[in-house]
Design a protein around this ligand. Sequence first.
Ligand code: BGC
Length: 703
Amino acid sequence: MTVQEKLGQIQQLTWTGDTGPGGGQTEQTEAAARAGLLGSVLNIHGARSSNSLQRIAVEESRLGIPLLFGLDVIHGFWTAFPIPLAQASSFDPEVARLDAEVSAKEARSEGVRWTFSPMMDVTHEPRWGRIAESCGEDPYLSAAFAVAKVQGYQGPADGSELSRTDRIAACAKHFVAYGGAEGGRDYNTVDVSEQRLRNLYLPPFKAAVDAGVATVMAAFNTIGGVPAHGNAHTMNSVLKEEWGFKGFVVSDYTGVEELIAHGFAEDGADAGRLALNSGLDMEMVSTNVADHGEALLSDGQITMERLDDAVTRILQLKFDLGLFDNPYSGESAAVAEPTAAARAASRASAARSMVLLRNEGSVLPLSPAAGSIAVVGPFADSTRLHGTWAGPGASRFPSVGILDAVREAAPGAKVTHAGQDLTLAVAAAAAAEVTVVVVGEDPGLSGEAAVRSDIGLPAGQEELIAAVAATGKPFVVVLVNGRPLVLGDWVDSAPAVLEVWHPGIEAGHAVADVLFGAVAPGGKLPVTFPRAVGQIPLYYNHESTGRPYNPAKPEEKFVSKYLDLADGPRFPFGYGLSYTTFAVSRPQLSRESIARDALERGETVEVSLTVTNTGEQAGDEVVQLYVHDVAAGIAQPVRRLRGFERVTLEPGRSTTVSFRLGAQDLGFWTNDPAGTFIVERGRIDVYTGTSSTTRDCSPLTVV
Ligand code: BGC
């Protein structure tokens, strides 16, 4: 390869060119493909159009190297699954695996070989719109979902299935700490200690790399003043050297160019130099490395060795994907719409992702034999509940409306409807046996560059709930949203509240499945719901202050609290109810102490507990395991999730759930930039229960 061909190979251009600052690249893209000066194209899909662009690269360019087509397939291609935050609420990584498998099949048949997913940014910021794409505030949960998604897209870690026609390459993004954006403002500054980087933000990425993720995407933020796109510590030292990552790192959209706006690079040449030398391998949309690479090489500012390394990593993936043998997609084999099986998978996933926040007096489940049901609110008949970044299917295939699905589920009932008009809604509610009030956020209010400073229900919706409540008739609030919301005090008196997030293409069916009890709700919150915006950031895995708030002494003055707000969240991490009730025993440990060197040799402590369905109906419970190192060289979070299992139990039945705690669970990363993980001697409190506020605890001592 000539130097220009190498520089071209590490360049990605967009096809439609209508989505960002680098817009309108279509002609440039085709010309670059013809000249053999292009490695990858994003935003192209459709077997026919991707094949015709591929033909230019393969048949007309000097070396005939095939292009790699990438697309954001985030929670579905044709078949929109629930948003990733919803999926995390299922506390069942199989949901994410299923989404990835269905997505891979559909996308691959339309020429896509690479998705920019999974997003695995842990975040404590509900104002940040991209929380919808994330798995919330916990690194352990996020890692479990990241692994399931990588496996669902790619197959096994050795890459042996990448060339199959139902597999695509995955991309772990955004590397790293993007979820730490100050004020929740997208793309904003992040300044974290090394220990927080390693204990909070990096674990999902490490897990994804261990699962064989083919690529990693750099993040838009700075980390301690150094933009992620020019960050040699995170890309070179941690990702490539420490973790031995063999795939390639792609920039985010114009992320290399943005090194200039960050105040980190002087000009395009400087940006290209900094990015490549820091470990970035492919530039998306902006063209700084390609434009200045030759001059940088001849000045000795970048090396041929580094350039060859980047090219090799990219070509290796093209070989692994089978692109050299089979660069085209079968045009007749395209899966042109959601299949019945894919819809069923999405519907089951959405129902599994719903979280019952309240159910006083057992309003839910609704009876399919109800005589009359009113379905009101701005999203009652919406067919646009796919969620942010739902793939090309979202514009072709409407989501199932909740109103229609309620009519289907209760064919004998008189089902009436009113939107957000208060008078009509009140009349409908007053005349019905029960009312379903569907409120929340339009999907456009979450996702990239969709940040809100006020995360309450949008204007008029609380008034609607209050007006329905004033009728004195039973009602259920169904929340459709892409982030945790600050819910008003109405929550404390609403008979029932069901969090359904943005449920995907089968939205209405899945909501009706849960409302009428065909599916028992069993999801749990993967994020804290604050009481007020002023409390943010508020998250369960926080450290203790020297003066923690004591609920037994609310009058204490010099403690960490707000004068004007009750302590703690509205709903905590890990919380969620069921239509039945469960009893869980205290955790039993297989031993009370364990030697540090035994842990280092790989020995573990078994933690077990019994969970019993004490109610009248079958249901799901998510048993959760947390640890707290009570005195550590680096103060540890008051709770850290280290295990979870979702179980289904018939009434009266019990099961024993066991977890294993090893060095990974009991130790932590220090502030050593070279990466030191230690397990200290001392007491660790081991908690089990059904939310992060559990008090069931058994002590374990590391000796
Ligand atoms: C987003 C990425 C995405 C890329 C390509 C960027 O704006 O931050 O998550 O993969 O665009 O569409």
